[in-house]
Design a protein around this ligand. Structure first.
Ligand code: ADP
Length: 461
């Protein structure tokens, strides 16, 4: 017989282990602020790398002219052009295209990959016309969003540390990827140069800042997670001999590596141990889209094994890692029907289990527990960043309007997660301060953000 009573203690223990009461969230926020500080002190000073972006000048809205952006971060790359018309006209026009990278190029040579990209870019440039105008005697300029580990050396150069995400291209690690791209563009006879090399979080901050001068932080919650923020140059001890006219620069926290004080369960530990990077990216593994569904699946396996939560089931499906995606658990939480029919069909289609109403209710509780922990921890992380900014600014941060620009599929498509995140921020800051903090979705700001950074770092200005 199918019974939920034996699964109930598993749920109760899960809820206890995943609990994020206010004192725990406070510890997380404090630890995040401390780790940020330690990472700014010296390279390797904490879990957080606190990478300098070399972005010292942010978009103001006054940018003018034609700028391109190129985004390489996975199996697709996107090219974009935008014609900027300054304060009054703003974005006159934007066009973009997406190109998928053939599988064989992902494990070919560096020249082959960059030639392919430069060729696609050259084809896109050929279609330039209409409202897009390049002034005489100027080369085209592009921002380059490159979401792989890079040791940046200036705004327009950076050494590739290693490929990730299924790329195994030979000849690039150890080389300046901007030089690789510039050379390939030269081989294609393309009159274009890279003016700004940025990561996607930094581009998101720039894209949001263009419209709102109070944007100080950007957070990505998608497959993975990261955050960056505007920091005072004086507050970065490890930054030596760097002259910034503005006195400010964007710091990329790489906060996915945060690990202090996280409420972890046996399911998290097992998932981590079986992952390709055990012991690493623990914050990311608790709060980001790649993992939330998988944690839920592991709980359901335990409930099935100890309590026969489901009726008939197909063992391989239930036991296949990542068979239950975060979009699945999000969809299940949106089911408001009496019999939770949609929950039943998602469970059947994703992990091959039959479920009665009691089992479905149990599953929704598990999803909610994992989403709640993730959202609240992400919220605490954001407050940690705000706290760090506040401590150094001696009171000028809190009390002023502060905008946190959010992007990524998890934040965009999971309403419960979003609500938990915002609730945690409000609880931590209290009613008065939280009134000044705006958490705002900045959809797809990273593409235009990179073009804007090409503009603010233009060699012609
Ligand atoms: P990426 O982070 O891969 O560059 P996105 O920002 O679009 O791209 O995020 C995609 C991720 O967002 C997916 O891997 C998934 O985890 C999450 N996601 C997508 N759709 C949903 C959804 N409906 N509900 C919850 N999470 C979702």
């Amino acid at each position: 017989g199918v019974s939920v009573s034996t699964a109930l203690p598993i749920l109760t223990k899960l809820q206890k282990d995943c609990a994020t009461p206010l004192p725990l969230l406070r510890n997380i926020a404090d630890a995040m602020a401390k780790d940020m500080r330690d990472g700014l002190e010296v390279d390797g000073g904490s879990d957080l790398k606190m990478i300098l972006s070399y972005v010292d000048s942010l978009p103001t809205g006054n940018e003018r002219g034609l700028f391109y952006a190129l985004d390489l971060g996975g199996t697709n790359f996107r090219v974009l052009r935008t014609q900027l018309g300054g304060k009054d006209e703003r974005v006159i026009d934007t066009e973009f295209e997406q190109v998928s990278i053939p599988q064989d190029l992902m494990s070919g040579t560096s020249e082959e990959l960059f030639d392919f990209i430069a060729l696609a870019l050259a084809k896109f440039v050929k279609k330039e016309g209409g409202k897009f105008v390049l002034p005489k005697n100027r080369s085209r300029e592009t921002g380059f969003t490159f979401s792989f580990p890079v040791k940046q050396t200036s705004i327009d150069s950076g050494i590739l540390i290693k490929w990730t995400k299924g790329f195994a291209v030979s000849g690039t690690p150890g080389r300046d990827i901007v030089a690789c791209l510039n050379e390939a563009m030269g081989r294609q006879g393309l009159d274009m140069r890279v003016s700004a090399l940025v990561n996607d979080t930094v581009a998101t901050l720039a894209g949001a800042r263009y419209w709102d001068n109070n944007v100080m932080v950007a957070v990505i919650l998608g497959t993975g997670t990261n955050a960056c923020y505007v920091e005072a140059v004086d507050a970065i001890p490890k930054l030596q001999g760097h002259n910034s006219i503005s006195g400010r620069t964007i710091v990329n926290t790489e906060w996915g590596a945060f690990s202090n004080g996280l409420p972890l369960t046996e399911y998290d530990r097992e998932m981590d141990a079986e992952s390709i990077n055990p012991g690493e990216q623990l914050f990311e593994k608790t709060i980001s889209g790649m993992y939330l569904g998988e944690i839920v699946r592991r709980v359901l396996v335990r409930m099935e094994e100890t309590g026969s939560l489901f009726g008939n089931y197909i063992p391989e499906r239930l036991h296949t890692p990542f068979a239950l995606g975060t979009p699945n658990i999000s969809s299940m939480q949106q089911d408001t029907s009496q019999d939770l029919e949609n929950v039943g069909s998602i469970l059947y289609e994703s992990i091959g289990v039959d479920s009665n109403l009691d089992a479905r209710k149990m599953v929704v509780e598990v999803c909610d527990t994992i989403a709640k922990r993730g959202g609240r921890l992400a919220g605490a992380g954001i407050v940690g960043i705000l706290q760090k900014m506040e401590e150094d600014s001696k009171g000028i941060v809190f009390g002023k309007r502060m905008v946190v620009a959010m992007d990524g599929g998890l934040y965009e498509h999971y309403p419960q997660y979003r609500r938990y995140l915002k609730e945690a921020v409000t609880e931590l800051l209290g009613p008065e301060l939280s009134g000044h903090v705006v958490i705002e979705h900045s959809k797809d700001g990273s593409g235009i953000g990179a073009a804007l950074l090409a503009a603010t770092n233009s060699i012609y200005e």
